[in-house]
Ligand binder design. Structure first.
Ligand code: A2P
Length: 274
C-alpha cells in the first residue's frame, strides 16, 4: 500500500502521518534534545500537551533544530483543569507563551471532562477562527462524546487522538471517525514499549530486516492512523522514522489486527478521575 507521508485533514490542513510524541519526556535537555534529533532526522510533527509540562523545552528544541517553524506541525492540548470557556483561552495563551510560538498547527481537548468539554469546544472554535490554531480536535473521545459535541458544534473536530496499538486496535471507533472524516491519531502507539517482544511482531520484522517497533509503526501508517511514537534515544528516534522503505502485506496486517485484546494501558475515557 502506498501513501503520502502527509494526510489532509477535513479543513485542508496537512498533517505528517508520523511524528514524535513527548509524553513523559522530561522538561529540560531530554525534551530539547529529543525534539531536535527528531527534526534533524526528518520528523515534521511534534506532539506535546500542557499536561506534559515540557512545552518550553519543545519550543527550545524546535529553535535549536534549525528547521523553519512553518515546516513543522506542532500539536498541544488543553488540560482538564483548564476546561471551560474563559479558561480555555487563558490556557491556550499560556501554551503559546511556553512554546514561544504565535500559532499551533493543532489544538486538542485532552480528555472529555464531563459537563465541561462542550464549553471548551466553543472556545476552541473561536481560537480556530482566529487562526492561532490551524486545526482543532479532541483526544480520548468515544463515539458518544463526539456525537454530543456535534449537536452544537459549528466546527467538526478534525482529529481524535486515542490509545491505539496492536493490543487495542479500536476498530469500531476508527470506523465511526472515518465516516465523520475525523482523522485518527494514536497515542502509546508502541504499547508504551510493552509489546516489542511479541513473537508475531518480531517474526514479521525478521522478514523485512526491521524491528518490532518499525513493524508496529508501519501497521499504523498502512491502517491510515497518524502515529507519534515516543523515544528519548537518538538511535530509536531515527529507527522509528526509518519505515518508508518496506511494506507489510495484507496478511501481515491481518495477523497484527488479530493481536487485539481490547486491553487498555491508560484509563477508559468513560471512567477517569483526573
Ligand atoms: P525510550 O524513550 O527509552 O526510547 P509509546 O510511544 O507507545 O508510548 O512507546 C514508548 C516507549 O517505547 C518508551 O518507553 C520508549 O523508550 C520505547 N521505545 C520507543 N521506540 C523504541 C524502539 N525503536 N525500540 C525499543 N523501544 C522503543
Amino acid at each position: 500500500m502506498s501513501f503520502e507521508k502527509t494526510k489532509e485533514l477535513a479543513n485542508g490542513s496537512i498533517i505528517p502521518r508520523l511524528g514524535l510524541g513527548v509524553w513523559q519526556v522530561k522538561d529540560g535537555s531530554e525534551a530539547v534534545d529529543s525534539v531536535k534529533w527528531a527534526l534533524q532526522a526528518g520528523y515534521r510533527l511534534i506532539d506535546t500537551a500542557a499536561a506534559y509540562k515540557n512545552e518550553a523545552s519543545v519550543g527550545e528544541g524546535i529553535r535549536a533544530s534549525g528547521i523553519p517553524r512553518e515546516e513543522i506541525f506542532i500539536t498541544t492540548k488543553l488540560w482538564n483543569a483548564d476546561q471551560g470557556y474563559d479558561s480555555t483561552f487563558k490556557a491556550f495563551n499560556e501554551s503559546l507563551d511556553k512554546l514561544g510560538l504565535d500559532y499551533v498547527d493543532l489544538y486538542l481537548i485532552h480528555w472529555p471532562v464531563e459537563g465541561k468539554y462542550k464549553e471548551s469546544w466553543r472556545a476552541m472554535e473561536e481560537i480556530y477562527q482566529s487562526g492561532r490554531a490551524k486545526a482543532i480536535g479532541v483526544s480520548n473521545f468515544h463515539e458518544h462524546h463526539i456525537e454530543d459535541i456535534l449537536k452544537e458544534a459549528s466546527v467538526v473536530p478534525m482529529v481524535d487522538q486515542i490509545e491505539i496499538h496492536p493490543t487495542l486496535t479500536q476498530e469500531p471507533l476508527r470506523k465511526f471517525l472515518a465516516e465523520h472524516k475525523i482523522a485518527v491519531e494514536a497515542w502509546s502507539p508502541l504499547g508504551q514499549g510493552k509489546i516489542l517482544e511479541n513473537p508475531t511482531l518480531v517474526e514479521i520484522g525478521e522478514k523485512y530486516n526491521k524491528t518490532a517497533a518499525q513493524v508496529i509503526i508501519r501497521w499504523h501508517l498502512q491502517s491510515d492512523i497518524i502515529v507519534i511514537p515516543k523515544s528519548v534515544h537518538e538511535d530509536r528516534i531515527k529507527q522509528n522514522f526509518d519505515v518508508f522503505d518496506f511494506e507489510l502485506t495484507d496478511e501481515d496486517i491481518n495477523r497484527i489486527d488479530a493481536l487485539n485484546t481490547n486491553e487498555r494501558l491508560g484509563p477508559d475515557p468513560d471512567n477517569f478521575d483526573f
